[in-house]
Design a protein. Structure first.
Length: 538
């Protein structure tokens, strides 16, 4: 098979990003906008050692689930991926995506029992980022690029978002204010960040320099619904949007929303689910899985406190943490305005906060975690395991990193019990998932373990940390890589391992490598952290 070959085949499945998959000449070929059950004539456009990409040249047998996309830039803009299929197939694809990741990546005997679909598939987003490029033009980035696809009407956004973006673009054309050029680092206007709730609407102009109040006046004239106009001066290269100081040009910098009966205030940098109606379903599901009544609940990656406040009103105690200071301020204010007096919020990276609480001896009954797309760091997983909660509720926006983390948590004794998906992002390939895990014994029949006899050591099953946990701690805190042999030598030296012939040399004259002093010190620190030795142990 080579580039520009034209072959005919039947589409048999989806990739995780919604591309059709068929087998041609013994290879799996990825075909954009092709649906399972269809037959296509495919032109090969790229061949690598690991994958083949094709382009549909002619649809020979269409699927009954095929629909005609109504967006004029569908396929050019990187926002949507499912407008060519009906909603029933979209939900099946997303549920299948979750279950495939759980099986293939996680190696778990767990399936999402259902997917909660959206009542509306258009105009659902409460937040958007419009990008500007020289021309000037305004729109959204194309797939896997920083090329701006000009977009005058996006069906995923409320109409007022397009109106606001058009107003700022019109102001730029009238005044000659240049769009920022990513290639040269010159220009002014970079993005327009919009957030709308049932009662508030804020617009934040992201620019490489100061923007005068004429821009705010243009936005207000086109959008009387606005309650605040802000500017973020972002002079940094890269794709972080709100990277710089934010100030208010007019009105309020906060918006307010009510979710699951909780009244929330949000600042520009605070994370909040982009689909308010589906967030209600997501939080209700998290509450069902958490069973928080009378319990101590830890809400990691809490944002403005939305999940914790929505599900933990009956909890005996609520503790939340987030790395964004303004989000923590919002969470504290939201707890106060909702009469939740038993809430405490900490600012810091999740792994540092979780470790601090574990060192304080906190033993939460329930941990709720809603990490970013990259999932949880090993240090966060270790800290959660050290606290030993009865239940863990994992909310995820990426099935792949979710499955990876669930596999690691299962190895540490957290049994995945229930799972459901929520379609937070209709017409895209993204999907939200909620999983309930319970603390229990490791079920060897349900976990695939890869090991070598050289690394195997039964002391890892004794009370305390496993060799893997000790290695991970040393790597995280000192940057050093230590072997099981070195750990065994240190444990034997401290009198907490009895087997003298661990990894005994194959010949009497062979010499075993001895643990270097700096690595011994790091291992001792790990043993002290896991309470396997006393604080004064050397």
């Amino acid at each position: 098979m080579k580039k520009n070959d034209i072959l005919e085949g039947e589409i048999t499945g989806f990739t995780s990003q919604g591309l059709g998959v068929c087998r041609l000449a013994g290879r799996a070929v990825f075909v954009p906008r092709a649906l399972p059950g269809e037959t296509w004539r495919v032109r090969i456009v790229k061949v690598t050692r690991t994958a083949v990409w094709g382009r549909g040249e002619a649809l020979l047998v269409p699927s009954p689930h095929r629909t005609e996309p109504v967006c004029p830039v569908y396929g050019q803009c990187g926002g949507c991926a499912a407008m060519h299929m009906d909603y029933a197939m979209e939900l099946d694809f997303k549920l299948g995506r979750v279950n495939d990741a759980l099986r293939r990546i996680g190696g778990l005997d767990l399936r999402a029992e259902r997917i909660l679909g959206a009542d509306s598939q258009e105009g659902y987003r409460n937040k958007a980022i419009y990008n500007f490029a020289p021309g000037p033009v305004c729109g959204f980035y194309g797939p896997r690029s920083h090329r701006v696809t000009e977009t005058k009407r996006c069906l995923l956004q409320p109409e007022v978002f397009d109106r606001a973006a058009g107003a700022l673009l019109g102001w730029m054309k009238r005044t000659g204010a240049p769009a920022y050029d990513e290639a040269t680092g010159r220009g002014l206007v970079r993005h327009l960040f919009l957030r709308k709730t049932s009662s508030h609407f804020a617009a934040c102009i992201v620019a490489a320099g100061e923007v005068d109040r004429g821009a705010a006046a243009a936005l207000r004239a086109a959008c009387p619904e606005l309650t605040g106009v802000l500017v973020c001066v972002n002079r940094s290269p890269g794709n972080v949007v709100l990277d710089g100081p934010v100030r208010t040009l007019w009105g309020s910098d906060l918006v307010e929303e009510t979710v699951c009966g909780a009244r929330l205030i949000l600042s520009p940098l605070t994370f909040f689910q982009v689909n308010t109606a589906q967030a209600e379903k997501l939080y209700a599901l998290a509450g069902e899985y958490a069973e928080p009544a009378g319990k101590t609940v830890l809400d990691l990656y809490c944002g403005a406190g939305s999940i914790g406040l929505a599900v933990a009103r009956d909890a005996a105690r609520l503790i939340g943490s987030d790395v964004v200071p303004s989000a923590v301020e919002n969470a504290r204010a939201n707890a106060a305005r909702n009469g939740v007096a038993n809430a405490r919020y900490l600012c810091g990276d999740a792994k540092d906060v979780a470790k601090k609480l574990a060192e304080e001896g906190l033993r939460p009954d329930v941990v709720i975690t809603d990490p970013p797309r990259k999932g949880m760091d090993e240090a966060v997983i270790q800290a959660i395991a050290a606290m030993g909660p009865e239940k863990l509720v994992y909310v995820s926006c990426d099935p792949g990193t979710l499955a990876r983390d669930l596999k690691r948590l299962a190895e540490l004794g957290f049994r995945p019990a229930r799972c459901a998906a929520v379609d937070m992002f209709p017409r895209t390939y993204h999907v939200e998932t909620v999983v309930q895990l319970s603390k229990g014994e490791i079920q060897s029949t349900k976990i695939r373990v890869d090991f070598s006899l050289e690394d195997m050591d039964m002391s890892g099953f004794q009370k305390g940390a496993t060799y893997g946990e000790i290695k991970a701690y040393v790597k995280e805190h000192s940057g050093l890589t230590v072997s099981s042999l070195y750990i065994a030598q240190v444990k034997q030296k401290l009198g907490i391992i009895e087997r003298e012939n661990y990894n005994k040399p194959k010949s009497e004259n062979a010499k075993q490598p001895q643990c270097p002093p700096e690595k011994e010190k790091a291992i001792v620190e790990a043993l002290r952290y896991f309470r396997m030795i006393k604080e004064n142990a050397k």
